[in-house]
Design a binder for this molecule. Structure first.
Ligand code: ARG
Length: 463
């Protein structure tokens, strides 16, 4: 065991305690940010004259070599160290001797780990934003191709009114667009540097915190050192936004699973994104969509876990906070994977337009429009509702659609119906007359598509 402390101890740490306390197994993934943070810290110490120029140069170079060795696989991060901070510092001391021992001047692991986590999360927020952008582009491509692809819109999972595939996809575009906006918001709030907060009360060394913040690309330093070391709000916000992304992906997955079912057959998931059954040869299963739906739970779990961990922690740093990592890392990996895989599945899916259209036609999705027809011919809406209800009942008994009734049959139910009813309740009319902003009518949809395209153009990414 290699640890950074021990002077005031007379007995060795119990092995079980050491293992319970150690975090190297999961915080090793912070190595790059840890080295990046240390490098900035040392440069600042040099600029302030706290370290000499030679010491500064030696440490900066030593850190760069450790980074290169780890990345090239020449130096393994092993569990003989307590955490990633000890690993880097011990390695530096091994290489530089006494000079290496000066790295930790004016710093605590508390502000160090607070910085590492922020750097790591900042990168993830930028990455997830980019992945969402790619997904949005794929959705937009589908929207552009399907402004005339009629399908049933549902409420209560019952056919309601006809929409288009472009319109249905457009709903998800809006959701993932908001998810991107959340990434930007979080970035704005989190982008302040906690380094220099010390253990909790700053330090007596004349640190230039503005300089360190600038070197690391932050807007500036955090303004309270106790908050600096113990704030994990940004991580909670991130997990919360990630949970919302997963909720959106999960709803979308659920629809794809339904659409891909034998009964619906609205879509066919590409072979490359489907899996088979070990016993039933006919099966082609939507496992990717199911897994995305299923993995939503673990991201929610990470959020609940961290909220619960943080709720009882008095200021400032307490070891509980080490629990901010494992589940959060798992959630980050999960979200990245899910967006990427979902995007791949969506980009290769086949939409079966004729099935969608037939489903819309046979589902009385034009019943509202038949009622509106009567209203336009002077029938009060409540009466029209009743008349069309009887119409639908008649059709169900005969197994036909409204526009498959003869004019004579129609007139028997209401004399108000004329030949132009057929035109009024055609799927095309039902969709294309809906031209309010945000509605599925082709012209309205084309305006929405143009606006979304412009949004993508104006928001290329966070940095
Ligand atoms: N592994 C610790 C963590 O993740 C690093 C900070 C340790 N600080 C301390 N005072 N023991 O929180």
């Amino acid at each position: 065991m290699a640890q950074l402390w021990g002077g005031r101890f007379t007995r060795e740490t119990d092995q079980m305690v050491y293992r319970f306390n150690a975090s190297i197994e999961f915080d090793k993934r912070l190595y790059r940010r840890d080295i990046e943070g240390s490098t900035a810290h040392v440069k600042m110490l040099g600029k302030q004259g706290i370290l000499t120029e030679q010491e500064t140069e030696a440490i900066v170079e030593g850190l760069a070599k450790i980074l290169a060795d780890v990345e090239a696989g020449r130096l393994a991060i092993t569990s003989e160290y307590e955490d990633i901070h000890s690993f880097v510092e011990a390695n530096l001391i091994e290489r530089l001797g006494d000079t290496g021992k000066k790295l930790h001047t004016g710093r605590s692991r508390n502000d160090q780990v607070a910085l590492d986590m922020r750097l790591y999360c900042r990168e993830k927020v930028v990455l997830v934003d980019a992945l969402l952008k790619k997904l949005l582009q794929t959705i937009l491509t589908i929207m552009e191709a399907h402004t005339e692809t009629i399908m049933p819109g549902f409420t209560h999972l019952q056919k309601a009114q006809p929409v288009t595939l472009a319109h249905h996809m457009g709903a998800y575009f809006e959701m993932f667009k908001r998810d991107r906006q959340r990434m930007s918001d979080i970035y704005e709030r989190m982008n302040y540097c906690p380094l220099g907060s010390g253990a909790l009360a700053g330090t007596t060394y004349p640190l230039d915190r503005d300089y360190t913040a600038e070197l690391l690309g932050f807007y500036g330093p955090t303004l309270n050192s106790m908050d600096g070391v113990s704030d994990r709000d940004y991580l909670i916000e991130m997990l919360s936004a990630f949970s919302t992304i997963m909720m959106h992906l999960s709803r979308f997955s659920e629809e794809i699973i339904i659409w891909n079912s034998n009964e619906y057959q609205f879509v066919e998931i590409d072979d490359a994104f489907s899996t088979g059954s070990s016993i039933m040869p006919q099966k082609k299963n939507p496992d990717i969509a199911e897994l995305v739906r299923g993995k939503t739970g673990r991201v929610y779990g990470a959020l609940m876990s961290l909220l619960t961990t943080m709720k009882g922690i008095p200021l400032a740093y307490n070891k509980d906070m080490q629990e901010d990592k494992e589940l959060a890392f798992d959630a980050m990996d999960t979200v990245e994977n899910c967006i990427e895989l979902f995007e791949g599945m969506l980009a290769t899916i086949t939409f079966r337009k004729e099935r969608m259209r037939a489903s819309a036609s046979l589902g009385f999705t034009n019943a509202t429009d038949a009622a509106d027809y009567l209203v336009n011919h002077g029938v009060p809406f409540r009466d029209a509702h009743g008349i069309v209800g009887r119409l639908v009942l008649y059709c169900i008994e005969k197994g036909i659609a409204i526009d498959e009734m003869s004019l004579a049959e129609l007139k028997e139910i209401s004399p108000v119906f004329e030949e132009d009813l057929y035109e009024a309740v055609s799927m095309e009319t039902c969709v294309n007359k809906r031209l309010t902003v945000g509605a599925p009518g082709k012209e309205a949809m084309e305006q929405a598509i143009a606006a979304e395209r412009e949004y993508l153009r104006q928001h290329p990414g966070i940095v």
